[in-house]
Write a new protein. Structure first.
Length: 294
């Protein structure tokens, strides 16, 4: 694995840095673990750590917090509003704003009931799956986002992002094609984030299968995703993939994956093969948890 610096001070947009500094300060003061997820995590990992361009520009920030109760959740929201001048969204309990930036703060952990899902207040009628969040926190990497002040935040890795985005897509289909587009990017691009050398060491068996680079990338991502998943999470994700890959499937995930316009020459068959390879990797006892050098 490539040995690179995890100090990206002065690389992130200042507005994103400012929000993450505020969240880190408030969460730390309350003893609440958190990590960066979503497109911001994707951009930090690929663009800022490895110099790999990303495809869907966004200024939205997604943060996951591990809390025991709704009172803990409201405490971090309230403190950001009262002490840091953030504004509350009138409709979405988890959304706040700061200087035009949208921040979604998603709770998980002991607050889940049943395990793997949360029901949003006030009426608790809207349910969100949190499959993979616990594992994602455990394997998140530490990244320094600021040197003045010194601030380090935990950032989700691509295998964890793939798991969370597949679940998010399935959970709210057909309303979240952007998650499928991000899955497509992760599948094709993971090999470029310091993983290409593995084809000549730990994963050299892939060279004998006649795969193209994108398919090798998807397979490596699947192998690494398997290692971070609990058996329950792996079974759920495997079920999503099995439904998509089954004969006669309407191919809803594939259609959404192709809706982003990333590499327009990409055929439906090639996109389908990415899912096949990811699924194979998810079933194999290979891969590595250290998706970035420590």
């Amino acid at each position: 694995m490539m040995n690179i610096s995890k100090d990206i001070s002065n690389k992130l947009d200042p507005s994103i840095v400012g929000v993450l500094i505020d969240v880190a300060e408030v969460a730390t003061s309350l003893g609440i673990p958190f990590f960066v997820v979503g497109a911001t995590a994707r951009d930090i990992f690929f663009q800022h750590l490895y110099g790999v361009p990303t495809t869907r520009a966004t200024m939205d920030i997604d943060v996951a917090i591990r809390v025991n109760s709704w009172s803990e959740f409201w405490s971090i929201i309230g403190k950001l509003i009262e002490a840091k001048s953030y504004q509350r969204d009138r409709r979405k309990a988890h959304r706040i704003y700061h200087a035009g930036t949208i921040i979604d703060i998603v709770p998980f952990g002991p607050i889940e009931h049943p395990t793997g899902s949360i029901a949003w207040p006030p009426d608790f009628a809207s349910v969100m799956k949190t499959i993979g969040f616990e594992e994602a926190l455990q394997c998140a990497i530490d990244v320094k986002i600021s040197s003045d002040p010194d601030v380090v935040v935990k950032v989700s890795t691509p295998p964890a992002l793939a798991i969370m985005k597949l679940q998010a897509w399935k959970d709210d289909y057909p309303n979240r094609p952007k998650d499928a587009i991000d899955v497509s990017y992760l599948l094709k691009t993971y090999i470029r984030a310091g993983n290409d050398a593995r084809l000549f060491t730990s994963d050299e068996d892939l060279l004998t299968e006649g795969l193209d680079s994108d398919q090798e990338s998807a397979r490596l991502l699947g192998r690494d995703a398997r290692l971070l998943c609990t058996e329950e999470t792996r079974t759920i994700i495997a079920g999503i993939l099995a439904e998509e890959l089954a004969e006669g499937s309407p191919l809803n995930l594939l259609s959404d994956m192709m809706s982003g316009g990333f590499r327009d020459d990409y055929s439906a068959d090639r996109t389908f093969q990415l899912l096949v390879q990811f699924n194979k990797g998810l079933m194999e006892e290979k891969g590595r948890k250290d998706t970035i050098s420590q």
